[in-house]
Structures are given as C-alpha cells and as structure tokens.
Design a protein around this ligand. Structure first.
Ligand code: CO
Length: 225
C-alpha cells in the first residue's frame, strides 16, 4: 500500500477507491460535486467575503459543504471556487490516516505532518525566504492527474477564521504547499499553470514510474534543478 499514497497530495480518492469501494457496489458512479478544470469559476479572481456575509447562515453552510467535500474526496484542501462559489475561502486538513501509507522517509522528505482542520477567509499569503521545493502535486479539480510543481518551502498566511477572528499562520513543508495551492485557486490559478509540464501524467502512471523514488532522482529525470 505504500506507493498508493506516494501521490496522495490533493487528489487520491479515485486512486484508492475510497469512495467507490465503500459502497459495496464498485461499479456505481461516484457523484463528484467538485468543479473540474475548464469551468470559468476556476479561472476568475474570487471575491472577498464581507463581514456581514461571513456570519450569514448561507456562508457558514458553504464552509460545512467544503469540509464535507474535502473529506469525502478525500483531499487535504479545498477552495470555494471548486464548489462553483467565487468567494475567498479555503479549508485544509491533513489527517494522519491520509499519511498512513507513506514511509517515515517519504513524510520527512515532504515535511508532511498532520494538520488539524483550518478555515481561512480572505487570506493573504507571503513567502518566507527564497527557498523552493519540488514534488508531485495533484488537484481535485484536475481529477486523475499529477505533475511536479515548484513551491516556496515556507510561507506566512493571514486571514479570518470561520468566526471572523484574525489569524496568522507560518508554516513550512507540505502544509505550506497546500496553502499555496489553495490560495492560487482563489486567484484563478491551477497547478497546471505552474507545473513542469513534461512531468504531467495520470496518477497510475506517476505511481508506477516514480513511486518510492527519491525526489532528487525524479527531478533529474526531468532536468529540474
Ligand atoms: Co486544487
């Protein structure tokens, strides 16, 4: 099972069959509420959430829907445009069970640690330092694919939580990658705009070709420094 989660980045639901197989009817189509690439809502700058809007039942229900969709996928982050809503809100959560198939060495290489549920509204993101790291990354809105993406190793993000309380969070490693990916969504950017395009592949291919390999070796394959 170890390699199954090699690419368990943002989109691994279809690969593990976590949705389909649990129904006992593997042939049943799994409803996918997550907007897929090509939709214009994924390509526009999402709108700021006003203080009045933030406390409204409709907005609070949106947050609940986002958390449910993220967990059901399963994924480790989701932005409102992925549910077709052009508002600046993201959720993220990296549960230990999503990391269970990665070896300690793989977790260490990615600096991937469990992250409790976070809601960020109207976030602003600032890179800390110049250092960047490259790993395979996927997206629930580009379902079934992955590619190498370079991201800042450490970032600071500020925004409001689900109650409108200001918060600032400085993180490095995998949580920093998730945040950069999700804030990109709020600006109409997808990882496919930033990827090493020759590394773009289906999840089964990426798993078969690069599962278990060190990232330095993978980068050499694509001539990435
Ligand atoms: Co995404």
């Amino acid at each position: 099972m170890r390699t199954l989660l090699f690419f368990s980045i943002f989109a691994l639901g279809c690969a593990t069959g976590a949705g389909a197989l649990n129904t006992g009817k593997p042939m049943d189509p799994v409803p996918n509420p997550i907007t897929q690439t090509g939709a214009l809502v994924l390509r526009e700058r999402a709108k700021d959430v006003s203080p009045e809007q933030l406390v409204s039942p409709e907005f609070q229900a949106l947050i609940t829907r986002m958390v449910d969709a993220m967990r059901k996928a399963p994924g480790v982050g989701l932005a409102a445009p992925q549910l077709g809503v052009s508002l600046r809100v993201l959720v993220m959560e990296d549960r230990p069970e999503l990391q269970a198939s990665l070896t300690p060495a793989e977790l260490a290489e990615r600096e991937r640690v469990p992250v409790p549920l976070r809601v960020l509204i109207n976030p602003t993101l600032t890179p800390i330092g110049e250092e960047k790291v490259t790993f395979f990354e996927g997206c629930l809105s580009v379902s079934g694919y992955a590619a190498l993406v370079e991201r800042f190793r450490e970032v600071e993000v500020s925004g409001l939580d689900e109650r409108g309380q200001p918060q600032t969070w400085r993180v490095r490693g995998w949580p920093a990658r998730i945040l950069q990916h999700e804030v990109d969504h709020l600006n109409g950017t997808l990882y496919i705009d930033r990827m090493v395009s020759r590394s773009f592949g289906t999840l089964p291919q990426v798993k078969a070709l690069y599962g278990g390999k060190r990232i330095e070796e993978i980068k050499q394959t694509f001539g990435v420094k």
